[in-house]
Design a protein around this ligand. Structure first.
Ligand code: FES
Length: 81
């Protein structure tokens, strides 16, 4: 199956997938992604789109981590049925 991705930063060829990978590696703030990938180092028109992708990825990652920790500690979560 082909993976679908979206270019967020056209100047530097950075995709939403690249930003999500940085979140999974531990990026806590968009500036961490800016430093590691070189995002927005040219025209910076990508900042708002990058922020949307980063915020969504960070929310999903944090929720996933909370669920894993709750599961490990045998604590019910809001998403548990
Ligand atoms: S689109 Fe990201 S620096 Fe130009």
């Amino acid at each position: 199956m082909r993976e679908i991705f979206m270019y967020v930063c056209l100047c530097n060829g950075i995709t939403d997938h690249s930003i999500r990978e940085e979140v999974a590696k531990g990026a806590q703030h968009l500036r961490d992604v800016v430093r590691s990938l070189g995002l927005a180092k040219d025209c910076a028109r990508c900042v708002e789109a990058a922020r949307e992708v980063f915020d969504e990825a960070k929310s999903q990652f944090d929720l996933s981590m909370a669920e894993q920790l709750a599961y490990a500690a045998d604590i019910p979560t809001l998403t548990a049925a």
